[in-house]
Write a protein that binds this ligand. Structure first.
Ligand code: SF4
Ligand code: SF4
Length: 71
């Protein structure tokens, strides 16, 4: 967790326990927000997220959540 408070930070959330490492989210993300490390998704730069919802839509296990169209 970052201690910095950033205004308008994206609502993107990842439940790592649900992630099966299928890589779909990192493939569909247009801004390279997510990468796969040790067969788990990892949010590398939340501030790049445009809340398009593509990752959430494509995740087969519901590990990703984002409030679409806010950012
Ligand atoms: S909502 Fe869109 S921009 Fe944000 S992480 Fe998911 S795919 Fe990437
Ligand atoms: S799409 Fe879902 S299950 Fe697949 S790597 Fe991303 S977070 Fe994990």
């Amino acid at each position: 967790m970052s201690l910095k408070y950033i205004k308008n930070v994206a609502t993107l959330k990842l439940d790592v326990d649900k992630c099966i490492g299928c890589k779909l989210c990192s493939t569909v993300c247009p801004h390279n927000v997510i990468k796969i490390e040790d067969r788990k998704a990892k949010i590398v730069d939340k501030n790049r997220c445009i809340e398009c919802g593509a990752c959430m839509k494509n995740c087969p296990t519901g590990a990703l959540w984002v409030r679409r169209g806010v950012g």
